[in-house]
Design a protein around this ligand. Structure first.
Ligand code: G3I
Length: 553
């Protein structure tokens, strides 16, 4: 490794960026951006992004787009941003992050669903049963919004549930609900997105210590109980004055041996200001060692840096007199730590042009009116970058739409149309982006929906007044002979009526048509079983009409 002068390094970065567009995606020469080298190693290299500079600064956007293949929202997906008031959701910042990632072929890690910080006061004051429902509703709505979005692949379901000594943090979640909120949160997230990778995330757990051992024991016990914990996030907020956790690779490996994916989620390396060359060099060593630890552990998916430029970092606001924690300086010049990350990712790079083998013939499992589970014989990859996952397409003629992605050899496709024939096939992809041939297709027909389908919905006006009314319950019944794992009810509001609230369903309105989808916790219905949701409407004074045309699919 040698340290480039900052201007030369910047020129090389720009040249590398241009080359990355001109050369095939699999080519990773020495000057390529970080993401090209990371992809060639089958890993992601990510950054946490803030929506302000993303909207306002082109240098920020350019580096974010060209250097990273994974993004985490630094703040935009947290509870205070997405649900500031109960059941009033605001996805403007979250959507900005997801749209940016989609435009730049990046994956998104959702951060974070259940945390003691940045959660509005209204949540903290709820009774136990109301708090549990609010948590499940929040998870259902936030995860559910992106469940069909190919960019959003993983979530921090719970964040920082341990105190600094490895006991449970006595947060308002724990004090009100006990430890069960953790398992409930994971189950709600799985119900909202059957394919997302679900993570538990914490700080000061990079090395082997009392806190990381408590986390290890919790993850093992949750998985033994069948709680869907797929992944463990190690934040990695390091400081050069406190030393490097030398057993980080060993620690990652012991978690990996539990069968979970591991990842570095929030890496930064702060120092006492002012910066100097010696501190920069030490910092670069820390960055290189973390990246190498992840590279050495097969189950480590990648490394996310918590920001990328010292111009936008949480560190100076939190640790007085400390800063310069990131890999670009305040003026968007790469620092020695950028070169360290780059060289670690580039070391041992071999160009992988060999696609994985073609998956075997898929077979279907449960098929409902709007979902289908599909499994296929797995592929293998010998090109060096490793098998990254599978894409599932619908055979449709000229352009076959991507129905979903999975990191395993099965998937539950959701959002399907009732009473419709689908022919689907699978392609495997490796860490360098090579796609296999198409598997043979499998055909299935979703169950019929409204009008004789497997579910019905009826709404009852519970209470009305001159300018509004409450419909409760809307009873949803599975009238089929097999279990369903989700339902969609539509109905029509009379002209001039406006929905003002809803509960126990995820509701959207288009014109006068209301679409209510199951929440994370009430989608599964055995034959003849029922569940319900409710909603409130305002209407012109004196108008006595109520909604009509309830259909269920
Ligand atoms: O948006 C408001 C703005 O309207 C207001 O004028 C300003 C005044 O203080 O505050 C702004 O909100 C700030 C927010 O970041 C957005 O910039 C909050 O005060 C500030 O507390 C918040 O800090 C975030 C911090 O989490 C909160 O705990 C940091 O940006 C964010 O980097 C940090 O990230 C956490 C991870 O989520 C979890 N792990 C630790 C990590 C570092 O603390």
């Amino acid at each position: 490794m040698f340290v480039l002068s900052s201007s030369l390094a910047r020129v090389l970065t720009v040249v590398g960026t241009l080359l990355a567009f001109l050369l095939p995606a699999t080519s990773a020469d020495a000057s390529s951006p970080l993401r090209t080298h990371a992809a060639a190693r089958g890993k992601f290299i990510g950054a946490a992004l803030a929506t302000g500079p993303l909207a306002n600064e082109s240098a920020y956007r350019t580096i974010a787009a060209t250097e990273f293949n994974q993004i985490t929202a630094e703040n935009a997906m947290k509870w205070d941003a997405t649900e500031p008031n109960q059941n009033q959701f605001n996805f403007s910042g979250a959507d900005a992050i997801v749209n940016f990632a989609t435009q730049n072929n990046q994956e998104v890690h959702g951060h974070t669903l259940v945390w003691h910080s940045q959660t509005p006061g209204w949540v903290q004051g709820l009774s136990a049963s109301a708090m549990r429902s609010a948590m499940q509703n929040h998870i259902s709505r936030v995860v559910g919004r992106y469940a069909d979005n190919a960019a959003v692949v993983s979530w921090d379901v719970v964040n920082e549930v341990f105190d600094d000594n490895g006991g449970m943090r006595t947060s308002f979640w724990y004090n009100t609900l006990g430890q069960s909120f953790i398992a409930d949160a994971f189950r709600a997230a799985r119900a909202a997105d059957s394919n997302a990778r679900l993570c538990i995330n914490d700080y000061n757990v990079e090395g082997i210590n009392a806190k990381s051992t408590a986390m290890y024991n919790l993850v093992r016990s949750l998985r033994q109980q069948g709680v869907p914990v797929d992944c463990v996030g190690f934040q990695g907020h390091l400081a050069i004055q406190y030393g490097f956790p030398n057993d980080i690779q060993q620690n990652l490996q012991r978690f990996a041996d539990l069968g979970v994916q591991v990842r570095i989620t929030e890496l930064d390396v702060r120092m006492q200001m002012p910066r100097d060359a010696s501190k920069d060099a030490t910092q670069a060593t820390y960055y290189r060692n973390v990246v190498n630890a992840c590279l050495a552990v097969t189950a480590c998916a990648g490394v996310t840096i918590w920001g990328f430029t010292d111009k936008h970092s949480w560190v100076p606001d939190t640790f007085q007199g400390q800063g310069a924690a990131l890999i670009y300086d305040q003026n968007y010049q790469p620092k020695p730590s950028y070169n360290a990350v780059h060289d670690a990712l580039a070391g041992g790079t071999t160009t992988d042009n060999t696609p994985p083998t073609t998956p075997g013939t898929p077979v279907t499992g449960t098929v409902t009116s709007n979902s289908a589970s599909v499994t296929w014989p797995a592929s293998t990859d010998t090109g060096g970058s490793g098998l990254a996952g599978y894409n599932v397409y619908r055979e449709q003629g000229a352009t076959d739409p991507l129905l979903g992605q999975s990191t395993t050899n099965s998937i539950t496709l959701t959002g399907l149309t009732p009473n419709t024939q689908y022919q689907v096939y699978v392609r495997a992809r490796d860490g360098a982006g090579n796609l296999s041939g198409n598997s043979p297709t499998v055909a299935f027909t979703t169950q019929s929906g409204p009008g004789g389908g497997p579910c019905t919905a009826t709404g009852t006006v519970q209470n009305q007044w001159s300018t509004g009314y409450v419909v409760q319950p809307v009873t949803v019944t599975n009238t089929g002979t097999s279990a369903i794992s989700g339902w969609t009810v539509t109905f029509t509001l009379p002209a001039g009526h406006q929905l003002t609230g809803s509960w126990n369903a995820s509701v959207s309105v288009s014109g006068q048509t209301v679409t209510a989808r199951n929440a994370g916790y009430n989608g599964n219905l055995a034959p003849n079983a029922s569940t319900s949701f409710g909603f409130q409407v305002s209407r012109p004074n004196g108008n006595t009409q109520t909604p009509s045309g309830y259909t269920c699919a």
